[in-house]
Design a protein around this ligand. Structure first.
Ligand code: FES
Ligand SMILES: [Fe+2]
Length: 272
């Protein structure tokens, strides 16, 4: 770890021969609050962006930003520093002690949306390679921001819907018809739930991850659900978060499923 460039929000603190290989501009359909939240969130990298990040282990974080190991052998790392008053941040990647990139992003709110402007700086790129290296970074960031934007929009929808009015209980209909249409999604006062059959047993669970409201509608494997945003795993029966081990959140209480005692039984789901 090179201490010299730690927490640096100045340009080129290592005095490298940096070349600006490309820029990337885009309007993000999410507020700057969502954007900053996403920038500060290192934990989503190997999950939401699993095609480009294989590993993230926190080394250090503070009100300056964060630094992660980006490989399990701790040979490479990424450090991201915010300059909130100036609405910008910088991410530097290192292989061993060598800095391999310095990427500045300017964040500008535009009503409920956010403009971003990214500058990619790479050391010692020859003139012949500038175009291809620049294209690599633009393509990479286009994918990363697509994935981030979808996450931010989805999270905003969940935040907004928390104030909506929904019933405490819903009559789903006849059991035979319900069983034929699983999985079913229902909106109740306390949130959105999925009704599924696990080993022939009807179960209801929250589809909203208690971490930061990610979508919990993955396949149930070994009675566990995995959130695609940060990889947290929940036991569908107890609601406990089983991964990561130090997580303190748990699934919100599941509604009760009631099957009526009629010739053709009906199913209700809710908290009554
Ligand atoms: S929102 Fe972070 S793990 Fe689900
Ligand atoms: Fe991201």
């Amino acid at each position: 770890m090179t201490a010299k460039q730690s927490h640096a929000i100045s340009e080129n603190p290592n005095n490298l021969n940096l070349v600006e290989v490309a820029t990337y501009q885009r309007r993000i359909r999410a507020s700057q609050e969502r954007v900053w939240e996403n920038v500060m969130d290192w934990e989503h990298l190997p999950h939401l962006h699993d095609s480009n990040f294989q590993y993230a282990e926190l080394d250090e974080a503070g009100d300056w930003g964060w630094r992660i190991w980006s490989a399990q052998d701790r040979h490479s790392h990424v450090e991201l520093c915010y300059d909130l008053p100036k609405g910008r941040y910088v991410a530097r990647s290192y292989q061993g002690k060598n800095q391999v990139s310095e990427i500045w992003t300017l964040v500008t709110p535009v009503l409920d949306e956010t403009d971003i402007e990214v500058r990619f700086l790479v050391p010692d790129v020859t003139k012949d390679n500038q175009l291809s290296v620049g294209k690599f970074f633009r393509d990479l960031y286009s994918t990363l921001w697509d994935e981030d934007e979808a996450m931010m929009i989805e999270r905003q929808v969940r935040l907004d819907s928390q104030s909506n009015r929904h019933p405490l209980e819903i009559d789903l209909g006849f059991e035979d018809e319900v069983m034929a249409t699983l999985p079913l999604y229902v909106e109740l006062k306390s949130g959105r739930y999925r009704i599924i059959s696990v080993d022939g047993q009807l179960k209801a669970h929250s589809t909203i991850c208690p971490h930061i409201l990610g979508p919990l509608d993955s396949e149930v494997i070994d009675n566990k659900l995995t959130c695609p945003w940060h990889g947290y795993q929940f036991d569908i029966n107890s609601g406990e978060c089983v991964l990561p081990a130090n997580a303190t959140c748990r699934l919100s209480k599941a509604p009760k499923i009631t099957i009526s005692d009629h010739d053709r039984p009906r199913i209700k789901v809710g908290f009554n």
